[in-house]
Design a protein around this ligand. Structure first.
Ligand SMILES: Cc1cc2nc3c(=O)[nH]c(=O)nc-3n(C[C@H](O)[C@H](O)[C@H](O)COP(=O)(O)OP(=O)(O)OC[C@H]3O[C@@H](n4cnc5c(N)ncnc54)[C@H](O)[C@@H]3O)c2cc1C
Length: 464
């Protein structure tokens, strides 16, 4: 068995692993990454962020084609199958893998493809995909092994009609009716995708409100638009059992309901990928969700072992995972790149898209902060009218005395891009974070960004 020596070994090549490896390599460290899939990119590229966003994009194009009167001159509305739209996702995944692979080569980071586990706190054993066993020694190790869908033992995930967010990408037909169990971000995004393809979706929410961390008005808007697109949302339901049959599935709920569909997509919870790491060899223990505890420098209880990304829990987003990984390496190499990630925007790619940053109305009310609201409805904005994207709203929450921007909440076309303008202002120090920016700055016209100007005037008009 060969032994290779490194400064830093990173386990996992998702966003957290990539962020860590690139930062460490740029700081002159000798770095290796171990990845147990055949290609780099992690769940983010192969099962999560990228395929779901590519699917959504194709579905939106289909919806636009079917709903835009202009296209009726070309032909009647057309429906596409799930495998059809999946093809475009596959093209994007391949491009992502190619560019990400080149980053490792360009930065002289060695890649080992195989399953990594701890022999001791400085030694990683890799069972390579070709069966060879390698040993890597490192001064520091960063665990960035991500997460996978949680699978309760009483549900038969081997049944051909039962899917989770990984296996749904193997679906070879379009079901007529689909049950999505779990109405978190992933469940709501897939509800949008499938309903956009004309599938009748039953969305089972274990809570009494969709995505309750959102501003109430935005959560209500999402419920309205999902329902409007034939999603039946059932709140406060929990499964009793899932009955599988040759031609369908029946979900039995604890409340006594029976819901029948052609297939079930399970979207309820994720678990950290720690079970194969032999953490016991270094004295670490994952919690009951498979997650590892770290301090504010991304260090575990073992001084030379760090962790980042989904494997440490919140916020379980690719966006944050990259920054956490970069920061974990930053805290090792001490090159002024460390930042504890505690404030991330929400980007939810439902139809309509949702994004927010900062406090929501309920939080500000509970904290007794005297805030005011400024709104811009997309239906009144030129760019939205031109694009045929009139569903949506931008809402700015600001302090009524200091005019400090406290929260930005948006749904509709380009919401996840639009929110970053507000984020930039909110991150300005002291009095530079002010609503006045939006009325004292000339915005391109027509743009979606112009919504900030409209919302700011609306808010200022409420002051007295
Ligand atoms: C359907 C879906 C949609 C999503 N959409 C978004 C979105 O729009 N925006 C967003 O920001 N986030 C989104 N996410 C979340 C995002 O995918 C994750 O937060 C992100 O992938 C976490 O990155 P990571 O690097 O921690 O882990 P991962 O991306 O999971 O990568 C970890 C890698 O480590 C490998 N690994 C595991 N164990 C070992 C081992 N023992 N040895 C070697 N390798 C190992 C894994 O196979 C994997 O390839 C979505 C997730 C899902 C499921």
């Amino acid at each position: 068995m060969a032994l290779y020596n490194y400064d830093i070994v990173v386990l996992g090549s998702g966003p957290a692993g990539e962020g860590a490896a690139m930062n460490a390599a740029k700081a002159g460290r000798k770095v290796a990454v171990v990845e147990n899939r055949r290609q780099v990119g992690g769940a983010s590229t192969h099962y999560g962020t990228i395929p779901s966003k590519a699917l959504r994009h194709s579905v939106r194009q289909i919806m636009q084609y079917n709903n835009n009167p202009l296209f009726r001159q070309i032909g009647e509305p057309r429906w596409f199958s799930f495998p059809d739209v999946l093809k475009s996702a596959e093209r994007v995944i391949a491009k992502q893998v190619a560019s990400r692979t080149s980053y490792y080569a360009r930065n002289r980071v060695d890649l080992f493809f195989g399953n990594a586990s701890f022999a001791d706190a400085n030694t990683i054993e890799v069972v390579c995909n070709n069966g060879v066993l390698e040993r890597l020694s490192a001064k520091q190790i960063i665990i960035a092994t991500g997460s996978r869908p949680y699978r309760p033992s009483d549900i038969d995930f081997d049944h051909p009609r039962v899917y989770d967010s990984d296996t749904i990408l193997n679906l070879t037909h379009t079901p007529r009716r689909l049950i999505i169990y779990g109405a978190g971000v992933i469940g709501c995004e897939y509800a949008s995708i499938f309903s956009g393809l004309g599938v009748l979706v039953d969305l089972i929410d274990t809570r009494d409100q969709l995505l309750s961390f959102l501003d109430d008005e935005i959560s209500d808007a999402l419920s309205y638009h999902l329902r409007n697109n034939n999603v039946l949302i059932r709140h406060s339901e929990e499964y009793e059992r899932v009955e599988t049959m040759e031609h369908g599935v029946v979900l039995h709920t604890k409340s006594g309901k029976k819901i029948k569909a052609d297939a079930l997509l399970w979207c309820n919870g994720r678990t950290g990928n720690t079970d194969g790491l032999r953490l016991e060899n270094v004295g670490l223990k994952a919690n009951n969700r498979g997650q590892i505890t770290v301090d504010q420098e991304y260090r575990t209880e073992v001084a030379n072992i760090y962790a980042a990304g989904d494997v440490i829990g919140w916020p379980a987003l690719a966006s944050a995972a990259y920054d956490q990984g970069r920061s974990a390496a930053g805290s090792i190499v001490d090159n002024d790149t460390f930042r504890f990630v505690d404030d991330v925007p929400t980007g939810i790619y439902t139809i309509p898209e949702i994004s927010s940053i900062g406090k929501n109305e309920l939080e500000l009310t509970q904290a007794k902060i005297p805030y005011e609201v400024g709104k811009a409805f997309f239906k009144g904005m030129a760019r939205a009218q031109i694009s045929g994207e009139e569903v949506g709203m931008l809402k700015i929450l600001f302090h009524r005395e200091t005019l400090q921007v406290l929260g930005v909440h948006c749904f509709g076309y380009q919401a996840s891009e639009i929110v970053h303008i507000g984020q930039a202002i909110m991150n300005q120090p002291g009095e530079a974070n002010t609503l006045k920016y939006f009325v004292n700055t000339t915005f391109n016209y027509p743009t979606m960004a112009e919504a900030y100007r409209v919302a700011a005037f609306d808010g200022l008009n409420r002051l007295f």
